[in-house]
Structures are given as structure tokens and as C-alpha cells.
Design a protein around this ligand. Sequence first.
Ligand code: SF4
Ligand code: SF4
Length: 229
Amino acid sequence: MAGSIELYRRLYDLFLAPVSRYDCGRKCAPLNEGIPVCCDTGHAIPLVDKHEWQLLKSRTDLWRLYRARDADAKKELADKHRDCRAVECKGFRHCERDNRSIACRAFPFFPYFPRNKGVAGLSVFWSFEDRCWVQSNLQIVEPEFVKECIAAFELLFEHDKAERDANYEFSGTIRRAFTRMNRIIPLIGRNGEFLAVEPGTHRIRTASWREYRRHETFRDEKPAAPARR
Ligand code: SF4
Ligand code: SF4
């Protein structure tokens, strides 16, 4: 069975925990003319499932369909799945916590699949690492967030194989990219523990958060205090 409005209602009720106790938008916005990077369609165009879009429309007027304004945006959306809708909200000053999309709630994380296995934890959309403060401070991630995020995605995957396949394939993409860069993949385990996927072998091992790379944008800052574990 594919997704449904009811499924997304359940997902929204299940996945409410914030990534951390920090207001991370205040950390990256100064680098982006005062707008949190992941709330700016110039950096990330939100995509929602068609059922999620129906649910959002029934709950709020926060969102509208996104119209690509330039060639880059058109290119970015060219190969989106036919069941996806590109949307945009009224802006971060009007954010409604309970009406954020699943993508908003999860950013900058996605469920990581080792080859031929189920979800091992959460890893990051690393193409944002130069602008996303969270990715240079993964020690702040709350275990409760990880649990809720994974529970929501696993429920979604039970109903939507295409969504599971997309995340499975993206896990392969990050493995190839990080092997090329000879970097460990940062991985927050299902209980919030710090893990690393080794380049080349793709073996998962315990890690210290201090091993995770801090991007040069944020490297001179003192690391934020870790979440309690
Ligand atoms: S998740 Fe990253 S990009 Fe989004 S507001 Fe927080 S620091 Fe900024
Ligand atoms: S709904 Fe909130 S979190 Fe999502 S893009 Fe808009 S301002 Fe950002």
C-alpha cells in the first residue's frame, strides 16, 4: 500500500522531537542573509509526497506549491518523482511547528541503510555541511530525536517502498562519495550512539563525536555542549 493522508497524520503525531535543544537556525542564518539555510528555497526546495501535501493543505495555509523561478531550480526539480510536490512555506518567521513537513523535521538527516540490511541510524545530507551548523556539531543531537525520526521513517517505509528504495540508494551514494574522499561517514545509531562507517570496507564501528569532521566554516568555534546520553 502506498502512503495516505492518514499515514502522514500518524507520522506527524509520531515525529515531534527537535534535533537538539539549540535553535540551530540562529547559528546558520547569519551566513545566509538572516535566513536559516534549510528554510530558504534558494538552498533547498522542499518536496512532499502528494498525500502529505493534501494533509498540509487541510491543516494550514502555511504552504503553497513552489514554482521554479530559474533554470537551476527547474533542473533541480526535473527528475523528481511524479508523486512528489515541490512546495514552499511562508518563511521562517511564520513557521508552525506542528505543520512542518517530514523533510523539515528530519533535516539534515536521512535514514542510513548498510548494504542488504535495515536502517542502522541517521546520517547527513553532507552537501550542506558548509552551511549547516548542526553537521559540525553532531554531539548535540538528542537520542529522542533519533528514535522518533527512525520510527517515523520505518512506518513510512512499511507503506511506501519507493521511499525506502530512495533512501537505500542514497545510502549507497554516500558510501561511494565518502570512500572517494577517504572519510568516515558520521552515523548516529538508533539509540543516539556515535558510530562511523569506514571508507572502503563500510564497516560500522563505535566512534567518538570528536572524530566527526567540522567544516572550516565552523571549525574556529568552540564545539557546542553535547546532548545528555
Ligand atoms: S538544520 Fe542546519 S541548515 Fe537547518 S537551521 Fe539548523 S543549522 Fe541551519
Ligand atoms: S515550515 Fe518551518 S522548518 Fe519548514 S521550511 Fe518552513 S520555516 Fe523552515
